[in-house]
Design a protein around this ligand. Structure first.
Ligand code: SF4
Length: 336
């Protein structure tokens, strides 16, 4: 039986960033306003472990939010040390962390190896130098490539996060970034839309009319184009869209394609396209059954059953069924 995967998330917001990316206010994005002490980290781990069944589980501790490898080495060590007893006792399997591409070096990687870090995620955001410059990321495409090669060649799993709709970004550049992430042999990715958040430089640009945020439909269209690229290359898409937070759902949000169910909306659109031939041309069949893989049962039906409702306008009876022999997006249809 496949093991259930759990990540215990620990957010260390913006402790080490040398500059502020144009869109970033990590406190508002993550909803976390204080930097946890090593003792807080222990408490977070214990609290999470108490809710996870140990049977058939694979558990990892994830340090997210800022640029972990940029904080003073003693602080990194203190955080990582807290996690070690859990790994030594076999309670936790590994550690993952996120950082900036320009904060990776051979010395850092050797240090992380000693503390059982297995997965390193880089906030690449774009692999286009103009977009990176306009977004004030403070690193280049070459930095992402160099760091990615180092991470892979030292035996870590590589995550490359990307954003869509950054200043200077286009659909072509978004697609090119996805292809480059595949070429860099990323094991996983997260795809975030660029959102305008209060008190960021991007907000100033937006107010002056110098930045136009993507609409929800535009962001869905961009994601629809890149998801198949990752799926074809077996790059695991860990997340699509920002985690909901009170700030983002309230006063901190200014503009942009924020939606708490963005992944579901994108999946609905991907399946709408797949089922188009049946929604546009019913050939007078009365009933239709669509067989899909277990994983795709809900996505195929759609967000708020949108795809089923579209089909119901054409067919008397619409049924979605699971065929356990199907995988991923495979499907077939019975008209009767
Ligand atoms: S590197 Fe990440 S945490 Fe730091 S300023 Fe940029 S977006 Fe924010």
């Amino acid at each position: 039986m496949q093991k259930k995967h759990f990540t215990i998330p620990i957010f260390i917001p913006e402790m080490a960033c040398p500059f502020r990316c144009i869109y970033c206010d990590q406190h508002k994005i993550s909803g976390i306003k204080t930097i946890p002490s090593p003792n807080d980290v222990k408490a977070i781990i214990e609290k999470n472990l108490s809710t996870i069944s140990k049977d058939n589980s694979e558990i990892e501790i994830g340090f997210f939010g800022g640029s972990f490898t940029g904080i003073p080495i003693n602080d990194q060590q203190a955080y990582l040390k807290i996690a070690q007893p859990y790994i030594e006792q076999g309670i936790v399997n590994s550690i993952r962390l996120s950082t900036r591409p320009d904060y990776i070096s051979i010395d850092i990687l050797h240090f992380l190896q000693k503390f059982n870090v297995k997965i390193i995620e880089l906030g690449a955001q774009s692999l286009d130098d103009e977009v990176l410059l306009l977004s004030k990321r403070g690193h280049t495409e070459a930095d992402v490539k160099k760091a990615s090669h180092l991470i892979k060649s030292h035996g870590f799993k590589l995550g490359l996060q990307m954003m869509i709709g950054l200043p200077g970004d286009t659909l072509e550049k978004t697609i090119a970034t996805a292809n480059k992430i595949v070429e860099l042999s990323a094991d996983n990715t997260r795809i975030y839309p660029c959102i305008v958040i209060k008190d960021t430089y991007l907000e100033e640009l937006y107010i002056k009319g110098k930045y136009k945020a993507l609409t929800i439909d535009e962001s869905i269209d961009a994601m629809k184009n890149i998801i198949p690229i990752f799926e074809k290359a077996n790059v695991n898409i860990i997340r699509i869209g920002l985690h909901p937070s009170k700030d983002l759902q309230g006063a901190a949000f200014v503009a942009g394609p924020y939606h708490s169910s963005l992944r579901e909306l994108v999946e609905t659109k991907l399946w709408e396209d797949k089922l188009k031939v049946y929604t546009e041309n019913s050939e007078n069949h009365q009933n239709i059954t669509i067989f899909v893989s277990k994983k795709m049962y809900n996505p195929a039906i759609g967000y708020h059953a949108a795809n089923r409702k579209t089909l119901e306008k054409k067919y008397r009876k619409v049924k979605f069924s699971i065929d356990y022999n199907l995988i991923n997006r495979e499907f077939y249809v019975h008209n009767h």
